[in-house]
Design a protein around this ligand. Structure first.
Ligand code: IPM
Ligand code: MG
Length: 362
């Protein structure tokens, strides 16, 4: 039976539209093979939305996303909008989308592709075989805690304030995702906090520890975030699943991404309790190379795979896309960010064509 899915596409800014175009072509090809009927609706977010409507997240975009089965986002932001007030910045649109869809769980895999080991800045023996899943809390913590803002202090100076706060329930629901993710992987969960200094982290550690009793098959450990940052580059293979708060997850997921050589390879999935998930590459909008056919579309394409796997319950489609990515890497196709000697240099579109060819060959 053909399954029908409505997908909202948010190409955004910078290299966003180019990499999104490749992902859509790939999805169309996979759909024709997997008896999927995909209906795409494009909507505005980020700088593109600011230019067209004055808001980085127009109400209409949020509505379109809510009515769809999954949302595929490319990237937002660019120099042009960097000096706007916070409320009008592209990033505020993305945070509004995450909050508006209740996407509290952000899954960021950092997997080494064997073909790309030499693109990593770390030694082969350190990174070979790395396979980490960072589960980042996405709608709480210091990103959203109140009070926040720039206020006038009693001294007459300005005082900048953000608040790192978590409710027990917010910790429990992300911890549950962490444990369940670990169960489906190698059964190891490392919770990262700063419980030696922060009260909010002490509560985090207490709740995660309490939950461990329900998951006797998962081996739980705890690390302070500074140590975790160090261990990630010292001995990354010790990690399986990492669960952590919003800010620590933001930082550690970029660090984990670089183990793999290029942030241009890594997808992510953001999921809520129900409703559509949001699927986006971990990288940004790379305004310096936008519109030049230089961008690496693979993280976007792998995000589309995660969308099929986690958002639309079509693991076969996801497998096909992931196999196609492996095949083009095996064939030696490389965009600039992952280029090495003897490989075939391609642009964004060229990589897209190679992927389509690979998919047609299966
Ligand atoms: C990310 C980004 C965002 C974040 C920015 C663009 C708001 O860095 O998705 O990791 O900090 O969450
Ligand atoms: Mg980030």
């Amino acid at each position: 039976m053909t399954q029908h899915h409505r997908i909202t596409l948010l190409p955004g800014d910078g290299i966003g539209p180019e990499i999104m175009a490749v992902a859509v072509e790939v999805l169309r090809e996979v759909a024709s093979k997997c008896a999927l009927q995909l209906e795409f609706t494009e909507a505005l977010i980020g700088g593109a939305a600011i230019d067209a409507t004055g808001s980085p997240l127009p109400e209409e975009t949020l509505e379109t996303c809510r009515k769809s089965d999954a949302v595929l986002l490319a990237a937002i932001g660019g120099y042009k909008w960097d000096n706007l007030a916070r409320q009008q910045r592209p990033e505020t649109g993305l945070l509004g989308l995450r909050a508006g869809l209740g996407l509290f769980a952000n899954l960021r895999p950092a997997t080494i592709f064997p073909q790309l080991i030499d693109a990593s800045s770390l030694k082969r023996e350190v990174v070979e075989g790395v396979d980490i899943m960072v589960v980042r809390e996405l709608t709480g913590g210091i990103y959203f805690g109140q009070p926040k803002g720039i206020f006038e202090a009693e001294t007459g100076e300005k005082r900048g304030v953000n608040t790192m706060a978590y409710l027990e329930g917010e910790i429990d629901r992300i911890a549950k995702v962490g444990f369940e993710t670990a169960q489906k992987r190698r059964g190891k969960l490392c919770s990262v906090d700063k419980a030696n200094v922060l009260d909010v982290s002490q509560l985090w550690r207490d709740r995660v520890t309490l939950m461990a009793a329900q998951y006797p098959d998962v081996e739980l450990s705890h690390l302070y975030v500074d140590n975790a940052a160090m261990q990630l580059v010292r001995a990354p293979k010790q990690f399986d699943t990492i669960v952590t708060g919003n800010l620590f997850g933001d930082i550690l997921s970029d660090e984990a991404a670089m183990l793999t050589g290029s942030i241009g390879m890594l997808p992510s999935a953001s999921l809520g309790a129900d409703g559509p998930g949001l699927f986006e590459p971990v990288h940004g909008s790379a305004p310096d190379i936008a519109g030049q056919d230089k961008a690496n579309p693979l993280a976007q394409v792998l995000s589309a795979a995660m969308m099929l796997r986690y958002g639309l319950d079509c693991p076969e489609g996801a497998d096909k896309i992931e196999q196609a990515v492996l095949q083009v890497l095996e064939q030696g196709y490389r965009t600039g960010d992952i280029m090495s000697e003897g490989m075939k240099a391609v642009g964004c579109q060229g990589m897209g064509e190679a992927l389509l060819e690979a998919l047609r060959s299966f």
